[in-house]
Design a protein around this ligand. Structure first.
Ligand code: M6R
Length: 607
Protein backbone atom coordinates (compact mmCIF):
# COMPACT_ATOMS: atom_id res chain seq x y z
CA UNK A 1 0.00 0.00 0.00
CA UNK A 2 1.19 3.62 0.19
CA UNK A 3 4.89 4.10 0.91
CA UNK A 4 6.78 6.97 2.53
CA UNK A 5 10.47 7.74 2.24
CA UNK A 6 12.27 10.86 3.44
CA UNK A 7 15.94 11.82 3.48
CA UNK A 8 17.99 14.54 5.14
CA UNK A 9 21.77 14.69 5.05
CA UNK A 10 24.85 15.84 3.16
CA UNK A 11 24.12 13.86 0.00
CA UNK A 12 21.68 14.61 -2.78
CA UNK A 13 18.20 13.64 -1.56
CA UNK A 14 16.57 13.02 -4.94
CA UNK A 15 18.31 9.78 -6.03
CA UNK A 16 17.97 8.37 -2.53
CA UNK A 17 14.27 9.11 -2.46
CA UNK A 18 13.74 7.54 -5.88
CA UNK A 19 15.70 4.43 -4.80
CA UNK A 20 13.55 4.20 -1.69
CA UNK A 21 10.38 4.43 -3.78
CA UNK A 22 11.68 1.66 -6.04
CA UNK A 23 12.26 -0.62 -3.07
CA UNK A 24 8.69 -0.06 -1.89
CA UNK A 25 7.13 -0.73 -5.29
CA UNK A 26 6.28 -4.27 -4.22
CA UNK A 27 3.79 -2.90 -1.71
CA UNK A 28 1.46 -1.86 -4.53
CA UNK A 29 0.73 1.72 -5.66
CA UNK A 30 -0.69 3.67 -8.56
CA UNK A 31 1.16 7.00 -8.53
CA UNK A 32 4.27 8.51 -7.02
CA UNK A 33 5.69 11.89 -6.12
CA UNK A 34 8.54 13.76 -4.52
CA UNK A 35 9.07 17.13 -2.81
CA UNK A 36 12.53 18.62 -2.25
CA UNK A 37 13.75 21.64 -0.45
CA UNK A 38 15.01 23.93 -3.25
CA UNK A 39 16.27 27.54 -3.21
CA UNK A 40 13.85 29.28 -0.93
CA UNK A 41 10.91 26.98 -1.67
CA UNK A 42 9.87 23.47 -2.53
CA UNK A 43 10.36 21.57 -5.80
CA UNK A 44 7.59 19.05 -6.40
CA UNK A 45 7.06 16.43 -9.12
CA UNK A 46 4.39 13.72 -9.31
CA UNK A 47 3.40 11.12 -11.84
CA UNK A 48 0.69 8.54 -12.37
CA UNK A 49 1.92 5.00 -12.88
CA UNK A 50 5.26 3.45 -12.17
CA UNK A 51 8.18 4.90 -10.19
CA UNK A 52 10.21 4.47 -13.38
CA UNK A 53 8.09 7.20 -15.00
CA UNK A 54 8.68 9.54 -12.08
CA UNK A 55 12.40 8.70 -12.14
CA UNK A 56 12.58 9.79 -15.78
CA UNK A 57 10.64 12.91 -15.05
CA UNK A 58 12.99 14.05 -12.28
CA UNK A 59 16.20 13.54 -14.23
CA UNK A 60 18.23 16.75 -13.83
CA UNK A 61 16.25 17.71 -10.71
CA UNK A 62 17.92 19.80 -8.00
CA UNK A 63 20.74 18.47 -5.89
CA UNK A 64 19.46 19.42 -2.47
CA UNK A 65 19.70 17.83 0.91
CA UNK A 66 16.24 17.15 2.24
CA UNK A 67 13.08 15.77 0.73
CA UNK A 68 10.06 13.53 1.12
CA UNK A 69 8.52 11.11 -1.37
CA UNK A 70 5.54 8.79 -1.62
CA UNK A 71 3.91 5.98 -3.54
CA UNK A 72 0.11 6.30 -3.41
CA UNK A 73 -2.49 3.52 -3.46
CA UNK A 74 -5.75 5.33 -4.15
CA UNK A 75 -8.43 5.37 -1.46
CA UNK A 76 -9.98 8.86 -1.62
CA UNK A 77 -10.08 10.09 -5.18
CA UNK A 78 -9.06 8.67 -8.51
CA UNK A 79 -5.59 7.86 -9.73
CA UNK A 80 -4.51 11.30 -10.98
CA UNK A 81 -1.46 13.49 -10.71
CA UNK A 82 -3.41 15.97 -8.58
CA UNK A 83 -4.30 13.24 -6.11
CA UNK A 84 -0.74 11.89 -5.89
CA UNK A 85 1.32 12.92 -2.86
CA UNK A 86 3.05 15.13 -1.73
CA UNK A 87 0.20 17.56 -1.03
CA UNK A 88 0.92 21.20 -0.38
CA UNK A 89 -0.57 24.18 1.41
CA UNK A 90 -1.89 27.17 -0.57
CA UNK A 91 1.48 28.95 -0.53
CA UNK A 92 3.35 25.82 -1.67
CA UNK A 93 5.67 25.98 1.33
CA UNK A 94 4.52 22.99 3.35
CA UNK A 95 4.55 19.49 1.81
CA UNK A 96 2.96 16.41 3.35
CA UNK A 97 3.09 12.71 2.46
CA UNK A 98 0.65 10.55 4.34
CA UNK A 99 -0.27 6.89 4.77
CA UNK A 100 -3.60 6.06 6.41
CA UNK A 101 -6.98 7.79 6.28
CA UNK A 102 -8.21 11.07 7.74
CA UNK A 103 -11.74 9.99 8.60
CA UNK A 104 -13.20 13.45 9.15
CA UNK A 105 -11.62 14.92 6.02
CA UNK A 106 -14.99 15.82 4.45
CA UNK A 107 -15.89 17.95 7.44
CA UNK A 108 -12.39 19.51 7.58
CA UNK A 109 -12.46 20.19 3.85
CA UNK A 110 -15.80 22.01 4.12
CA UNK A 111 -14.54 24.08 7.05
CA UNK A 112 -11.33 25.01 5.21
CA UNK A 113 -13.25 25.95 2.06
CA UNK A 114 -15.55 28.13 4.15
CA UNK A 115 -12.40 29.94 5.31
CA UNK A 116 -11.44 30.58 1.68
CA UNK A 117 -8.91 27.78 1.21
CA UNK A 118 -8.81 26.22 -2.26
CA UNK A 119 -8.07 22.48 -2.28
CA UNK A 120 -6.55 21.03 -5.42
CA UNK A 121 -7.20 17.31 -4.99
CA UNK A 122 -9.95 14.89 -4.00
CA UNK A 123 -7.84 13.31 -1.29
CA UNK A 124 -8.37 13.14 2.46
CA UNK A 125 -4.65 13.95 2.90
CA UNK A 126 -4.78 17.41 1.40
CA UNK A 127 -6.52 18.87 4.43
CA UNK A 128 -3.33 18.26 6.43
CA UNK A 129 -0.97 20.78 4.77
CA UNK A 130 -3.73 23.40 4.77
CA UNK A 131 -4.48 22.81 8.44
CA UNK A 132 -0.77 22.91 9.30
CA UNK A 133 -0.50 26.18 7.37
CA UNK A 134 -3.43 27.58 9.30
CA UNK A 135 -1.65 27.03 12.61
CA UNK A 136 1.89 27.79 11.45
CA UNK A 137 3.37 30.84 13.16
CA UNK A 138 7.03 29.94 12.65
CA UNK A 139 7.14 26.79 14.82
CA UNK A 140 6.67 23.65 12.66
CA UNK A 141 6.12 21.26 15.58
CA UNK A 142 3.48 23.47 17.19
CA UNK A 143 1.67 23.78 13.85
CA UNK A 144 1.65 20.03 13.21
CA UNK A 145 0.44 19.28 16.74
CA UNK A 146 -2.33 21.85 16.49
CA UNK A 147 -3.42 20.59 13.06
CA UNK A 148 -3.55 17.00 14.27
CA UNK A 149 -5.88 17.98 17.08
CA UNK A 150 -8.46 18.55 14.33
CA UNK A 151 -7.78 15.37 12.34
CA UNK A 152 -9.34 12.04 13.24
CA UNK A 153 -8.04 8.81 11.70
CA UNK A 154 -4.82 7.01 11.06
CA UNK A 155 -1.59 8.47 9.85
CA UNK A 156 2.02 7.88 9.24
CA UNK A 157 3.15 11.18 7.77
CA UNK A 158 6.16 13.25 6.91
CA UNK A 159 6.13 17.04 6.66
CA UNK A 160 8.69 19.25 4.95
CA UNK A 161 8.64 23.02 5.54
CA UNK A 162 10.33 25.33 3.01
CA UNK A 163 11.17 27.58 5.96
CA UNK A 164 12.93 24.73 7.81
CA UNK A 165 14.77 22.62 5.21
CA UNK A 166 17.08 21.24 7.89
CA UNK A 167 14.38 19.11 9.48
CA UNK A 168 11.64 16.68 8.59
CA UNK A 169 8.73 16.11 10.92
CA UNK A 170 7.28 12.63 11.17
CA UNK A 171 4.14 11.61 13.05
CA UNK A 172 2.64 8.20 13.57
CA UNK A 173 -0.81 7.11 14.59
CA UNK A 174 -1.72 3.62 13.40
CA UNK A 175 0.49 3.56 10.31
CA UNK A 176 4.08 2.40 10.69
CA UNK A 177 7.16 4.59 10.36
CA UNK A 178 10.78 3.66 10.85
CA UNK A 179 13.61 6.14 11.29
CA UNK A 180 17.04 5.18 9.97
CA UNK A 181 20.10 6.84 11.47
CA UNK A 182 23.20 6.91 9.28
CA UNK A 183 26.52 8.67 9.54
CA UNK A 184 25.51 12.34 9.43
CA UNK A 185 22.33 11.53 7.53
CA UNK A 186 18.86 10.33 8.51
CA UNK A 187 15.98 8.62 6.79
CA UNK A 188 12.35 7.98 7.42
CA UNK A 189 10.29 5.26 5.76
CA UNK A 190 7.10 3.32 6.14
CA UNK A 191 9.00 0.12 5.32
CA UNK A 192 12.38 -0.89 6.78
CA UNK A 193 13.38 -2.31 3.39
CA UNK A 194 13.54 1.23 2.04
CA UNK A 195 16.26 2.34 4.46
CA UNK A 196 18.36 -0.77 4.74
CA UNK A 197 20.69 -0.01 1.83
CA UNK A 198 21.67 3.23 3.59
CA UNK A 199 21.69 2.24 7.26
CA UNK A 200 20.88 -0.68 9.51
CA UNK A 201 20.46 1.46 12.65
CA UNK A 202 16.75 2.04 12.96
CA UNK A 203 14.09 2.99 15.46
CA UNK A 204 10.34 2.47 15.13
CA UNK A 205 8.15 5.43 15.98
CA UNK A 206 5.27 4.47 18.29
CA UNK A 207 1.64 5.49 17.91
CA UNK A 208 0.93 9.10 18.83
CA UNK A 209 4.58 10.09 18.66
CA UNK A 210 6.15 12.93 16.70
CA UNK A 211 9.79 13.02 15.60
CA UNK A 212 11.88 15.94 14.47
CA UNK A 213 14.48 14.39 12.19
CA UNK A 214 17.68 16.19 11.26
CA UNK A 215 20.89 15.02 9.60
CA UNK A 216 22.43 14.58 13.03
CA UNK A 217 19.69 12.60 14.72
CA UNK A 218 16.16 12.64 15.97
CA UNK A 219 14.16 14.06 18.84
CA UNK A 220 10.92 12.32 19.74
CA UNK A 221 7.93 13.47 21.76
CA UNK A 222 4.38 12.31 22.24
CA UNK A 223 1.46 14.15 20.68
CA UNK A 224 0.56 15.17 24.21
CA UNK A 225 3.89 16.99 24.41
CA UNK A 226 5.85 14.60 26.68
CA UNK A 227 9.42 13.50 25.93
CA UNK A 228 9.77 10.05 24.37
CA UNK A 229 12.67 7.80 23.48
CA UNK A 230 13.35 6.11 20.20
CA UNK A 231 14.77 2.65 20.81
CA UNK A 232 17.50 2.11 18.27
CA UNK A 233 18.12 -1.41 17.03
CA UNK A 234 20.17 -2.99 14.30
CA UNK A 235 17.96 -4.23 11.54
CA UNK A 236 17.92 -7.94 10.75
CA UNK A 237 19.96 -9.18 7.82
CA UNK A 238 16.68 -10.65 6.48
CA UNK A 239 15.99 -7.16 5.20
CA UNK A 240 18.94 -7.28 2.84
CA UNK A 241 17.83 -5.92 -0.50
CA UNK A 242 15.70 -8.37 -2.35
CA UNK A 243 17.37 -10.14 -5.24
CA UNK A 244 15.75 -12.29 -7.91
CA UNK A 245 18.62 -14.80 -7.69
CA UNK A 246 18.16 -15.83 -11.30
CA UNK A 247 14.38 -16.26 -11.16
CA UNK A 248 12.24 -14.36 -13.61
CA UNK A 249 9.92 -13.01 -10.94
CA UNK A 250 9.81 -12.71 -7.16
CA UNK A 251 6.62 -14.77 -7.06
CA UNK A 252 8.37 -17.72 -8.71
CA UNK A 253 11.44 -17.29 -6.55
CA UNK A 254 9.28 -17.26 -3.43
CA UNK A 255 7.34 -20.35 -4.52
CA UNK A 256 10.62 -22.21 -4.97
CA UNK A 257 11.96 -20.93 -1.66
CA UNK A 258 9.31 -22.88 0.28
CA UNK A 259 11.39 -25.92 1.23
CA UNK A 260 13.73 -23.48 3.00
CA UNK A 261 11.08 -21.15 4.40
CA UNK A 262 9.07 -24.03 5.86
CA UNK A 263 12.26 -25.42 7.36
CA UNK A 264 12.91 -22.01 8.96
CA UNK A 265 9.40 -22.00 10.46
CA UNK A 266 10.22 -25.36 12.09
CA UNK A 267 13.82 -24.75 13.06
CA UNK A 268 14.54 -25.10 16.76
CA UNK A 269 10.88 -25.69 17.51
CA UNK A 270 10.17 -29.39 17.00
CA UNK A 271 11.07 -31.82 19.77
CA UNK A 272 11.12 -35.09 17.89
CA UNK A 273 11.87 -37.37 20.85
CA UNK A 274 9.38 -35.76 23.20
CA UNK A 275 6.77 -35.70 20.43
CA UNK A 276 6.27 -32.04 21.17
CA UNK A 277 7.31 -28.53 20.17
CA UNK A 278 8.43 -25.33 21.82
CA UNK A 279 7.47 -21.83 20.76
CA UNK A 280 9.32 -19.56 23.16
CA UNK A 281 7.53 -16.44 21.90
CA UNK A 282 4.17 -17.72 23.15
CA UNK A 283 5.56 -17.85 26.67
CA UNK A 284 3.03 -20.53 27.64
CA UNK A 285 3.87 -23.56 29.75
CA UNK A 286 1.83 -26.78 29.49
CA UNK A 287 -0.47 -25.63 32.28
CA UNK A 288 -1.24 -22.42 30.36
CA UNK A 289 -1.84 -24.45 27.20
CA UNK A 290 -4.19 -26.74 29.08
CA UNK A 291 -6.14 -23.68 30.13
CA UNK A 292 -6.94 -22.78 26.51
CA UNK A 293 -10.50 -23.96 25.96
CA UNK A 294 -11.05 -22.41 22.53
CA UNK A 295 -8.89 -20.93 19.82
CA UNK A 296 -9.88 -18.21 17.37
CA UNK A 297 -7.64 -17.35 14.43
CA UNK A 298 -8.05 -13.83 13.04
CA UNK A 299 -6.76 -12.77 9.65
CA UNK A 300 -7.55 -11.46 6.18
CA UNK A 301 -7.12 -12.93 2.71
CA UNK A 302 -4.40 -15.54 2.57
CA UNK A 303 -3.74 -15.23 6.29
CA UNK A 304 -7.39 -16.02 6.96
CA UNK A 305 -7.06 -19.15 4.83
CA UNK A 306 -4.02 -20.20 6.87
CA UNK A 307 -6.13 -19.54 9.98
CA UNK A 308 -8.87 -21.86 8.67
CA UNK A 309 -6.33 -24.65 8.22
CA UNK A 310 -4.83 -24.01 11.66
CA UNK A 311 -8.26 -24.10 13.31
CA UNK A 312 -9.15 -27.39 11.58
CA UNK A 313 -5.87 -28.92 12.73
CA UNK A 314 -6.48 -27.81 16.33
CA UNK A 315 -9.93 -29.40 16.36
CA UNK A 316 -8.65 -32.58 14.70
CA UNK A 317 -5.51 -33.10 16.77
CA UNK A 318 -6.07 -31.23 20.04
CA UNK A 319 -9.87 -31.56 20.19
CA UNK A 320 -10.08 -27.93 21.27
CA UNK A 321 -12.95 -25.97 19.67
CA UNK A 322 -11.36 -23.68 17.11
CA UNK A 323 -12.43 -21.44 14.28
CA UNK A 324 -11.06 -18.78 11.97
CA UNK A 325 -12.67 -15.39 11.55
CA UNK A 326 -12.23 -12.71 8.91
CA UNK A 327 -10.69 -9.89 10.91
CA UNK A 328 -12.63 -7.11 9.17
CA UNK A 329 -15.95 -8.73 10.12
CA UNK A 330 -14.93 -9.81 13.59
CA UNK A 331 -14.13 -6.35 14.80
CA UNK A 332 -17.56 -4.90 14.07
CA UNK A 333 -19.82 -7.67 15.21
CA UNK A 334 -19.44 -7.07 18.91
CA UNK A 335 -17.75 -10.45 19.44
CA UNK A 336 -17.96 -12.48 22.62
CA UNK A 337 -14.51 -12.74 24.19
CA UNK A 338 -14.08 -15.47 26.76
CA UNK A 339 -11.40 -15.63 29.40
CA UNK A 340 -10.33 -19.14 28.38
CA UNK A 341 -10.06 -18.32 24.69
CA UNK A 342 -6.79 -17.72 22.88
CA UNK A 343 -6.91 -15.42 19.84
CA UNK A 344 -4.17 -15.59 17.23
CA UNK A 345 -3.78 -12.61 14.89
CA UNK A 346 -2.26 -13.99 11.69
CA UNK A 347 -0.58 -11.54 9.35
CA UNK A 348 2.34 -11.64 6.95
CA UNK A 349 2.97 -7.90 7.10
CA UNK A 350 1.85 -7.39 10.67
CA UNK A 351 0.39 -4.07 9.52
CA UNK A 352 -3.04 -5.02 8.17
CA UNK A 353 -5.48 -2.44 9.53
CA UNK A 354 -8.40 -4.88 9.73
CA UNK A 355 -6.35 -7.40 11.70
CA UNK A 356 -5.04 -4.70 14.02
CA UNK A 357 -8.63 -3.54 14.53
CA UNK A 358 -9.75 -7.06 15.43
CA UNK A 359 -6.86 -7.37 17.89
CA UNK A 360 -7.86 -4.06 19.43
CA UNK A 361 -11.38 -5.38 20.00
CA UNK A 362 -10.03 -8.50 21.74
CA UNK A 363 -7.76 -6.39 23.93
CA UNK A 364 -10.54 -3.92 24.80
CA UNK A 365 -12.74 -6.77 25.94
CA UNK A 366 -9.97 -8.24 28.10
CA UNK A 367 -9.10 -11.21 25.88
CA UNK A 368 -5.72 -12.77 25.15
CA UNK A 369 -4.34 -12.20 21.66
CA UNK A 370 -0.97 -13.22 20.23
CA UNK A 371 0.54 -12.65 16.81
CA UNK A 372 1.52 -15.11 14.10
CA UNK A 373 3.59 -12.74 12.02
CA UNK A 374 6.27 -12.67 9.37
CA UNK A 375 7.63 -9.13 9.53
CA UNK A 376 9.77 -8.78 12.63
CA UNK A 377 8.99 -5.71 14.70
CA UNK A 378 5.71 -5.07 12.88
CA UNK A 379 2.73 -3.56 14.68
CA UNK A 380 0.91 -6.88 15.25
CA UNK A 381 4.08 -8.31 16.78
CA UNK A 382 4.62 -5.28 18.96
CA UNK A 383 1.10 -4.78 20.26
CA UNK A 384 0.59 -8.45 21.03
CA UNK A 385 3.94 -8.74 22.79
CA UNK A 386 3.72 -12.54 22.60
CA UNK A 387 3.45 -14.74 19.55
CA UNK A 388 5.18 -16.65 16.83
CA UNK A 389 7.36 -15.38 14.01
CA UNK A 390 6.86 -17.50 10.91
CA UNK A 391 10.32 -16.64 9.55
CA UNK A 392 9.52 -16.93 5.87
CA UNK A 393 11.89 -14.02 5.13
CA UNK A 394 10.83 -10.89 3.20
CA UNK A 395 8.02 -11.60 0.75
CA UNK A 396 8.35 -9.20 -2.15
CA UNK A 397 5.73 -10.41 -4.65
CA UNK A 398 2.39 -8.88 -3.76
CA UNK A 399 0.67 -12.28 -3.81
CA UNK A 400 1.50 -14.24 -0.71
CA UNK A 401 2.99 -17.70 -1.31
CA UNK A 402 5.82 -18.69 1.01
CA UNK A 403 4.34 -16.70 3.91
CA UNK A 404 1.15 -18.79 3.58
CA UNK A 405 2.94 -22.11 3.94
CA UNK A 406 5.07 -20.73 6.77
CA UNK A 407 1.94 -19.55 8.57
CA UNK A 408 0.39 -23.01 8.21
CA UNK A 409 3.61 -24.57 9.49
CA UNK A 410 3.76 -22.30 12.53
CA UNK A 411 0.08 -23.00 13.27
CA UNK A 412 0.70 -26.75 13.03
CA UNK A 413 3.56 -26.40 15.51
CA UNK A 414 1.16 -24.56 17.88
CA UNK A 415 -1.35 -27.33 17.32
CA UNK A 416 1.16 -29.97 18.31
CA UNK A 417 1.90 -28.13 21.57
CA UNK A 418 -1.80 -27.78 22.38
CA UNK A 419 -2.56 -31.36 21.37
CA UNK A 420 0.27 -32.80 23.43
CA UNK A 421 -1.21 -31.32 26.63
CA UNK A 422 -4.39 -33.30 26.09
CA UNK A 423 -5.25 -35.54 23.16
CA UNK A 424 -1.93 -36.85 21.85
CA UNK A 425 0.10 -39.63 23.47
CA UNK A 426 3.89 -39.61 23.29
CA UNK A 427 3.95 -41.85 20.23
CA UNK A 428 1.20 -39.88 18.50
CA UNK A 429 3.05 -36.65 19.26
CA UNK A 430 6.26 -38.16 17.86
CA UNK A 431 4.41 -39.11 14.69
CA UNK A 432 3.09 -35.55 14.23
CA UNK A 433 6.51 -34.00 14.96
CA UNK A 434 8.21 -36.30 12.51
CA UNK A 435 5.55 -35.68 9.87
CA UNK A 436 6.09 -31.92 10.18
CA UNK A 437 9.84 -32.46 10.05
CA UNK A 438 9.48 -34.32 6.76
CA UNK A 439 7.45 -31.61 5.04
CA UNK A 440 10.26 -29.36 3.69
CA UNK A 441 11.70 -32.35 1.86
CA UNK A 442 8.31 -33.31 0.41
CA UNK A 443 7.77 -29.74 -0.75
CA UNK A 444 11.18 -29.81 -2.44
CA UNK A 445 10.33 -33.14 -4.04
CA UNK A 446 7.09 -31.77 -5.52
CA UNK A 447 8.67 -28.55 -6.77
CA UNK A 448 11.36 -30.53 -8.58
CA UNK A 449 8.68 -32.29 -10.57
CA UNK A 450 5.55 -30.14 -10.53
CA UNK A 451 3.54 -32.05 -13.14
CA UNK A 452 1.62 -30.68 -16.13
CA UNK A 453 1.12 -27.14 -14.79
CA UNK A 454 1.74 -25.61 -18.22
CA UNK A 455 -1.17 -27.53 -19.72
CA UNK A 456 -3.40 -26.65 -16.78
CA UNK A 457 -2.44 -22.98 -17.11
CA UNK A 458 -3.28 -23.09 -20.81
CA UNK A 459 -6.81 -24.35 -20.08
CA UNK A 460 -7.28 -21.89 -17.24
CA UNK A 461 -5.97 -18.89 -19.18
CA UNK A 462 -8.47 -19.60 -21.98
CA UNK A 463 -11.41 -19.91 -19.57
CA UNK A 464 -13.96 -17.28 -18.64
CA UNK A 465 -14.70 -19.02 -15.33
CA UNK A 466 -12.83 -21.50 -13.15
CA UNK A 467 -14.15 -23.48 -10.18
CA UNK A 468 -11.95 -24.73 -7.32
CA UNK A 469 -13.27 -27.53 -5.11
CA UNK A 470 -11.97 -29.20 -1.98
CA UNK A 471 -13.23 -30.82 1.21
CA UNK A 472 -11.95 -30.62 4.78
CA UNK A 473 -8.37 -29.34 4.86
CA UNK A 474 -8.54 -28.95 1.08
CA UNK A 475 -11.37 -26.41 1.15
CA UNK A 476 -9.21 -23.52 2.46
CA UNK A 477 -6.59 -24.63 -0.08
CA UNK A 478 -9.22 -24.29 -2.82
CA UNK A 479 -10.11 -20.82 -1.50
CA UNK A 480 -6.45 -19.86 -1.55
CA UNK A 481 -6.02 -21.23 -5.09
CA UNK A 482 -8.96 -19.15 -6.31
CA UNK A 483 -7.67 -16.03 -4.51
CA UNK A 484 -4.25 -16.47 -6.15
CA UNK A 485 -5.78 -16.90 -9.60
CA UNK A 486 -7.91 -13.77 -9.20
CA UNK A 487 -5.00 -11.74 -7.88
CA UNK A 488 -2.46 -12.75 -10.50
CA UNK A 489 -4.40 -13.63 -13.65
CA UNK A 490 -7.66 -11.66 -13.06
CA UNK A 491 -9.70 -14.68 -14.13
CA UNK A 492 -13.21 -14.91 -12.62
CA UNK A 493 -13.21 -17.92 -10.33
CA UNK A 494 -14.51 -19.14 -7.02
CA UNK A 495 -13.97 -21.93 -4.53
CA UNK A 496 -16.54 -24.16 -2.91
CA UNK A 497 -16.49 -27.10 -0.55
CA UNK A 498 -16.93 -29.97 -3.04
CA UNK A 499 -20.18 -31.09 -1.42
CA UNK A 500 -21.73 -27.67 -1.98
CA UNK A 501 -21.15 -27.78 -5.72
CA UNK A 502 -24.45 -29.41 -6.53
CA UNK A 503 -26.26 -26.79 -4.44
CA UNK A 504 -25.65 -24.04 -6.97
CA UNK A 505 -22.25 -23.60 -8.65
CA UNK A 506 -22.86 -26.67 -10.80
CA UNK A 507 -25.02 -24.36 -12.95
CA UNK A 508 -21.84 -22.58 -14.02
CA UNK A 509 -20.29 -25.66 -15.59
CA UNK A 510 -20.21 -26.01 -19.35
CA UNK A 511 -18.12 -27.89 -21.84
CA UNK A 512 -14.43 -27.44 -20.98
CA UNK A 513 -14.93 -25.30 -17.85
CA UNK A 514 -11.77 -25.96 -15.83
CA UNK A 515 -12.58 -27.42 -12.40
CA UNK A 516 -9.64 -27.73 -10.07
CA UNK A 517 -10.18 -30.56 -7.60
CA UNK A 518 -7.98 -30.55 -4.52
CA UNK A 519 -8.38 -34.19 -3.52
CA UNK A 520 -5.45 -35.67 -1.59
CA UNK A 521 -5.93 -39.12 -0.09
CA UNK A 522 -7.85 -38.48 3.13
CA UNK A 523 -11.10 -39.42 4.81
CA UNK A 524 -13.08 -37.50 2.17
CA UNK A 525 -11.56 -39.15 -0.88
CA UNK A 526 -14.52 -41.35 -1.88
CA UNK A 527 -16.85 -38.40 -1.75
CA UNK A 528 -14.39 -36.36 -3.79
CA UNK A 529 -14.46 -39.03 -6.48
CA UNK A 530 -18.27 -38.83 -6.68
CA UNK A 531 -18.06 -35.04 -7.04
CA UNK A 532 -15.43 -35.45 -9.73
CA UNK A 533 -17.75 -37.70 -11.74
CA UNK A 534 -20.61 -35.20 -11.34
CA UNK A 535 -18.40 -32.47 -12.81
CA UNK A 536 -17.26 -34.59 -15.72
CA UNK A 537 -20.85 -35.52 -16.52
CA UNK A 538 -21.39 -31.81 -17.31
CA UNK A 539 -18.52 -31.73 -19.81
CA UNK A 540 -16.20 -29.76 -17.53
CA UNK A 541 -12.47 -30.47 -17.50
CA UNK A 542 -11.13 -31.84 -14.25
CA UNK A 543 -7.66 -30.87 -13.13
CA UNK A 544 -7.05 -33.06 -10.08
CA UNK A 545 -4.43 -32.42 -7.43
CA UNK A 546 -4.10 -35.74 -5.68
CA UNK A 547 -1.74 -37.96 -3.74
CA UNK A 548 0.84 -39.71 -5.88
CA UNK A 549 -0.05 -43.33 -6.43
CA UNK A 550 -3.79 -42.61 -6.36
CA UNK A 551 -4.35 -44.15 -9.77
CA UNK A 552 -8.14 -43.99 -9.59
CA UNK A 553 -8.21 -40.17 -9.38
CA UNK A 554 -5.26 -39.89 -11.77
CA UNK A 555 -7.11 -41.91 -14.42
CA UNK A 556 -10.46 -40.21 -13.92
CA UNK A 557 -9.05 -36.69 -14.19
CA UNK A 558 -8.49 -34.89 -17.48
CA UNK A 559 -5.23 -33.67 -16.04
CA UNK A 560 -3.53 -35.27 -13.07
CA UNK A 561 -1.14 -33.38 -10.77
CA UNK A 562 0.27 -35.70 -8.10
CA UNK A 563 1.82 -34.47 -4.84
CA UNK A 564 3.76 -36.57 -2.30
CA UNK A 565 1.80 -38.47 0.30
CA UNK A 566 1.35 -37.02 3.81
CA UNK A 567 -1.11 -36.82 6.71
CA UNK A 568 -4.22 -34.82 5.89
CA UNK A 569 -3.46 -31.97 8.36
CA UNK A 570 -0.14 -31.36 6.55
CA UNK A 571 -1.57 -31.77 3.04
CA UNK A 572 -2.20 -28.02 2.48
CA UNK A 573 1.59 -27.53 2.52
CA UNK A 574 1.72 -29.65 -0.64
CA UNK A 575 -1.61 -29.19 -2.40
CA UNK A 576 -1.26 -25.42 -2.37
CA UNK A 577 1.98 -25.55 -4.40
CA UNK A 578 0.44 -26.49 -7.78
CA UNK A 579 -2.20 -23.80 -7.26
CA UNK A 580 0.47 -21.15 -6.71
CA UNK A 581 2.26 -22.26 -9.87
CA UNK A 582 -1.02 -22.39 -11.77
CA UNK A 583 -1.85 -18.78 -10.88
CA UNK A 584 1.67 -17.67 -11.75
CA UNK A 585 1.75 -19.41 -15.12
CA UNK A 586 -1.79 -18.39 -16.06
CA UNK A 587 -0.89 -14.79 -15.22
CA UNK A 588 2.19 -14.99 -17.43
CA UNK A 589 0.20 -16.45 -20.34
CA UNK A 590 -2.18 -13.51 -20.07
CA UNK A 591 0.67 -10.99 -19.92
CA UNK A 592 -0.04 -9.88 -16.35
CA UNK A 593 2.41 -8.05 -14.10
CA UNK A 594 2.65 -11.05 -11.78
CA UNK A 595 4.76 -9.45 -9.06
CA UNK A 596 2.68 -6.28 -8.94
CA UNK A 597 -0.87 -7.13 -9.90
CA UNK A 598 -3.27 -4.29 -10.52
CA UNK A 599 -5.06 -2.59 -7.62
CA UNK A 600 -3.45 -4.77 -4.96
CA UNK A 601 -1.27 -3.68 -2.09
CA UNK A 602 1.20 -5.80 -0.18
CA UNK A 603 0.21 -4.49 3.18
CA UNK A 604 -3.31 -3.14 3.48
CA UNK A 605 -2.98 -0.41 6.06
CA UNK A 606 -6.45 1.09 5.61
CA UNK A 607 -9.80 -0.45 6.46
O1 M6R B 1 -0.16 -8.96 5.65
P1 M6R B 1 -1.39 -9.79 5.88
O2 M6R B 1 -1.10 -11.24 5.92
O3 M6R B 1 -2.15 -9.36 7.10
O4 M6R B 1 -2.30 -9.51 4.63
C1 M6R B 1 -3.60 -10.02 4.54
C2 M6R B 1 -4.11 -9.95 3.14
O5 M6R B 1 -4.18 -8.63 2.71
C3 M6R B 1 -3.21 -10.73 2.18
O6 M6R B 1 -3.07 -12.06 2.56
C4 M6R B 1 -3.78 -10.67 0.75
O7 M6R B 1 -4.93 -11.45 0.66
C5 M6R B 1 -2.69 -11.08 -0.23
N1 M6R B 1 -2.76 -10.24 -1.38
C6 M6R B 1 -2.76 -12.50 -0.62
O8 M6R B 1 -1.95 -12.84 -1.68
Amino acid sequence: MCGIIAYIGPNSALPRLVDGLRVMEYRGYDSAGVALQHDDGLWVRKDVGRVAALAERVVGGPTTHSGIAHTRWATHGEVTEANAHPHLDGDLRIAVVHNGIIENSTHLRTALEAEGVTLRSQTDTEVLPHLIRKYYKGDPVAAVLEALKQARGTYGMAVLFADHPDQIIAVRNGSPLVIGLGDGESLLASDPQAVVSMTRRVGYLQDRELAVITADGVVVQTLAGNDATLNIETIDSDYALADLEGFEHFMLKEIYEQPRSIRRALRGRLQLEEGNAKLGGLNMDPRDLLGVQRLINLGCGTSYHAGMIGAMAVEALARVPARAEIASEFRYRHPIIQRDALFLAISQSGETADTLGAMGEVITKGGTVMGVVNVVGSTVARISGRGVYVHSGPEIAVASTKAFTSQITALLVCTLMLARTRNLSLSEGQAVASELDSMPEKVREYLENPGPIDQAAQWVAEASYVLFLGRGFSYPVALEGALKLKEIAYIPCEAYPSGEMKHGPIAMLQKNTPVIFVAPRDGQREKAISNLREVQARGARVIAIHTEGDTEIAELADLSIPVPSCQSYASPLLTTLPLQLLAYKSGLLLGRDVDKPRNLAKSVTVE
